[in-house]
Design a protein around this ligand. Sequence first.
Ligand SMILES: [Zn+2]
Length: 143
Amino acid sequence: MIDMIKIELTEDLIAPCGMNCGICKFHNREKNTCPGCKELHKKIPRTRFKCTVRECKILKDKKWKYCSDKCNNYPCRRLKSIDKRYQTKYHMSMIENLKYIKEKGIDDFLEKEKKKWTCPQCGGIVTCHGGMCLSCGFEKFKN
Ligand SMILES: [Zn+2]
């Protein structure tokens, strides 16, 4: 458990793949905090899994804001596979996120995300990894 921190969502925390880094446990931990994937040149903790989307050469070269911007391969096999994993295990979908951003805009998306990932019990952050509030342990997705 960590001290109560409220969810602070900005565009800078939305990765090119559609991941909301603000709800990632690696971004919200105290030590070796991951800055998120938005800035592709920034180093991220070694302990974090190597992401093939983040390592995508086209994405790095073209400096696209989101994979869905102009990529001819969107959604590529790599993105689809990570998306499937997140849908199955982590209560979210990158591809759905990108679709939402495209249709309704980033501000609307950030508002929606804030509502989805704020703990109803204490107002802290629920992380997608584990689906639990980092402050009080509330399990949002428990049936
Ligand atoms: Zn809580």
